[in-house]
Design a protein around this ligand. Structure first.
Ligand code: MRU
Length: 345
């Protein structure tokens, strides 16, 4: 794909503003950590691996803006910067893994050395996501047969990963292997990541894509138009339960009922072995405006009660396989996930 979602330009972070796609391709150059944090909160940068990468660069920017040369004072202020990012979005574990990594990288004799070390660590985290998403895509593509039609939800492409993509990465790699593939993309209410971003990315890849509303998925599975479902993940618990964009659980239940494989593709930075099951995953609740409005237009009575959980949890029993850069894992997930571990732990 052409435009890079996240690019480090020595002292600035260039992001492609995903909230404006596909209507406008606007790049924003962020030179301070407040702006990076806001970009994450406002979902200008989104998708679990991309959030982790952006936060890492944001912390490096935050560090570079700290004026003191006293190491203890510097570390105290750096800790505050990290806390700001930790409060941005709660569900994707990649964010917290990246913050932990940056915390560990804050070492050196003096402040300048630590600042350099943080920039280098952020670059490393970014590069690792590029490599991991490329590898998992190649592994996952082996599961995709020539002529397959896949259904995907939300957006799990290069935009969401700052790399090659996860669910879309697998689809792209299958095409690269010479397989003919096509995709049904759910629009993904309320913020339309499927309609706005997945269709945009797949079109650039020359992969045929049909956009459907979220409520059409069961119909097309029943009509035997879908060969498998493939999605990304925001957090995978030790037992294989997966948090992903709201609506994923519904698709997994429908896939099981329709006897269609349901695959999750994620780098090991998305695995959280500290949580024994998905019940412990914190689910982000976002603004009611996202449900009462579409692209700024009010579509419901003003003041109506709204629920807006951004993610749901799919129990591991609905998941046919989890595709990671270290291998494809199937039941029993507890054993497989423990063996490969989280890249960051
Ligand atoms: O709220 P978002 O758009 O950040 O949610 C993103 C998703 O749920 C993706 O499916 C997930 O992060 C996987 S991205 C490779």
């Amino acid at each position: 794909m052409g435009a890079r979602a996240i690019e480090w330009l020595d002292g600035r972070l260039r992001i492609l503003d995903q909230s404006r796609l596909p209507r406008e391709q606007i790049f924003a150059d962020l030179d301070n950590y407040h702006d990076v944090n806001l970009a994450i909160k406002e979902m200008k940068v989104r998708g679990a691996p991309a959030i982790g990468v952006a936060a890492a660069y944001g912390i490096a920017l935050g560090a570079s803006g700290i004026k003191t040369t006293n190491k203890d004072e510097f570390l105290a202020q750096l800790n505050q910067v990290m806390q700001v990012f930790a409060a941005s979005r709660p569900t994707a574990v990649n964010l917290f893994q990246a913050i932990d990594r940056m915390k560990k990288a804050a070492r050196g004799d003096g402040v300048t050395e630590i600042k350099n070390s943080l920039v280098n660590e952020a670059k490393r985290i970014h590069q690792e996501e590029v490599t991991a998403t490329r590898q998992l895509s190649q592994l996952g593509a082996e599961l995709i047969k020539d002529g397959f039609t896949l259904l995907t939800h939300c957006n799990a492409g290069p935009l969401a990963t700052a790399g090659y993509g996860t669910a879309l990465g697998v689809i792209k790699a299958a095409k690269e292997q010479g397989k003919k593939v096509s995709v049904f993309a759910t629009e993904t209410r309320p913020l339309l990541q499927g309609a706005r971003l997945t269709t945009w990315e797949l079109r650039q890849e020359g992969i045929p894509v049909t956009l459907i509303t979220d409520s059409m998925a069961g119909h097309f599975m029943q009509q035997k138009k879908i060969d498998c479902v493939i999605v990304g993940a925001d957090r995978i618990a030790a037992n294989g339960d997966v948090a992903n964009k709201i609506g994923t659980y519904t698709l997994a239940v429908l896939a099981k009922e329709s006897k269609i494989p349901f695959y999750v593709a994620a780098p090991t930075s998305t695995i959280d072995l500290s949580l024994s099951s998905g019940d412990e995953i914190s689910i982000e609740e976002r603004s009611p405006d996202e449900v009462t409005h579409i692209q700024g237009v009010l579509i419901a009575p003003e003041g109506i009660d709204v629920a807006n959980p951004a993610f749901d949890v799919t129990p591991h029993s609905y998941i046919t396989a989890i595709i990671t850069e270290k291998g494809i894992i199937r039941e029993p997930y507890t054993e497989g996930l423990k063996e490969i571990g989280s890249r960051f732990s």
